[in-house]
Design a protein around this ligand. Structure first.
Ligand SMILES: Cc1cc2nc3c(=O)[nH]c(=O)nc-3n(C[C@H](O)[C@H](O)[C@H](O)COP(=O)(O)OP(=O)(O)OC[C@H]3O[C@@H](n4cnc5c(N)ncnc54)[C@H](O)[C@@H]3O)c2cc1C
Ligand code: SF4
Length: 334
């Protein structure tokens, strides 16, 4: 780990100002915000992140979960994962989010990890975390060690010839199914970005993972007003039952009317270079009966175009079964 200057921001404006002087993560700049620190400190110890200045944002007061007058839910960027998972409004109306959070990491990590930090956690690709290996995401233009290397856990959707890294977050998959909106404070003011437009596929610039610009601070995540009566499931498949990232996961939000699906959102984790929503599967499911054939068809459609590497071909079938099983679970009591 290299020497760095540590400052504590007193308010949002001060945090943005400090970061905008040199830029935030993925811009090749040297200032990083620190929230729970459970991603950033690991990467600093590995010399993957080498900020010259770290700005502590823990005192910004962004730690509340609030119902807005129009029914939407506003989650402060510094709300801890454990607090969010157990919040009464979340467990009642956004169960898929609670389930996804509780499937991630460990209790100790969830007590530290924040909403903003979880959104921006970096890939677990082995080569990204090893500064002796070529990695286009860590060092643009250096090559991708994973394509001809250990790629068992990596992505099959949204990949490019320059990067096949998976977005590792469980929370992001649930937020995608819930159609969350990210609230960002930047040097030019506040803006709102739907989660579907927030993350970027790697293309030829895998170092650019999202639409954040230098100085941008995530201040909140906004969820739409709850769909009362909707059935929600987060299903995570992994090598061991806890403390492990997803090989494949599925987040489902569904409503059933007259024995048919009248509303559905399908998002997948562990398989995409970003949290992966399948509009095609949703279209296939709309008006479909609650049977295995419809669910399998939706899963086939969701994985259409998957491009496995040498070691992760098993993910194609695993992800399909994950989607089918999650749909079955979500609709069985509907
Ligand atoms: C052993 C281990 C197991 C794990 N298992 C899982 C798992 O199974 N599933 C899962 O989903 N996750 C897992 N995680 C990841 C964990 O969820 C993240 O480390 C955590 O959510 C990051 O939150 P944080 O607040 O600690 O982020 P930090 O480390 O503080 O920050 C992460 C990044 O986000 C930036 N940042 C933070 N907040 C903001 C903000 N408000 N605005 C702009 N930038 C910001 C920081 O600059 C940094 O670049 C695991 C982590 C570990 C160490
Ligand atoms: S998959 Fe992406 S993160 Fe992993 S080595 Fe290749 S470029 Fe780096």
């Amino acid at each position: 780990m290299e020497m760095f200057q540590f400052t504590k921001a007193a308010d949002v404006a001060a945090a943005v100002q400090a970061a905008s002087r040199a830029g935030t993560a993925q811009q090749g700049a040297q200032v990083r915000f620190i929230a729970g620190g459970t991603t950033l400190l690991d990467l600093m110890k590995l010399n993957v992140e080498r900020p010259t200045q770290v700005v502590d944002i823990n005192r910004l007061g962004l730690d509340k979960v609030e119902r807005l007058p129009d029914g939407r839910l506003k989650i402060g960027a510094l709300v801890r994962n454990s607090d969010l998972a157990h919040d009464a409004m979340v467990t009642a109306d956004y169960a898929v989010l609670s389930q996804a959070l509780l499937s991630g990491a460990s209790a100790q990590l969830r007590n530290m990890a924040t909403t903003g930090g979880n959104l921006l956690q970096r890939t677990r690709c082995l080569y990204f975390r090893n500064d002796a290996m070529a990695c286009n995401k860590r060092e643009p233009g250096s090559g991708c060690s994973a394509i001809a290397g250990d790629n068992r856990s990596l992505a099959i959707l949204g990949t490019s010839k320059d990067c096949i890294a998976t977005n590792p977050s469980d929370m992001n998959v649930a937020l995608t199914a819930l159609e969350a909106v990210i609230q960002i404070q930047g040097v030019k003011g506040e803006r709102m970005v739907p989660i579907g437009s927030f993350f970027l596929v790697p293309g030829s610039t895998p170092q650019k993972e999202n639409v954040l610009e230098p100085g941008d601070l995530i201040t909140a995540v906004i969820l739409p007003a709850p769909r009362k009566g909707s059935k929600q499931v987060y299903l995570k498949l992994r090598d061991r039952a806890s403390y492990e990232f997803a090989l494949a996961s599925a987040a489902i939000v569904a409503e059933v009317t007259g024995g048919k699906i009248s509303f559905v959102r399908v998002a997948m984790g562990g398989v995409g270079t970003k949290p992966w929503r399948s509009l095609e599967a949703e279209k296939a499911l709309h008006g479909a009966p609650l049977d295995a054939k419809s669910f399998r068809h939706a899963a086939e459609v969701a994985l259409h175009g998957a491009q496995p590497q040498s070691q992760n071909g098993f993910k194609v079938e695993l992800a399909k079964r994950c989607v089918v099983h999650a749909l079955t679970m979500a609709t069985k009591t509907a």
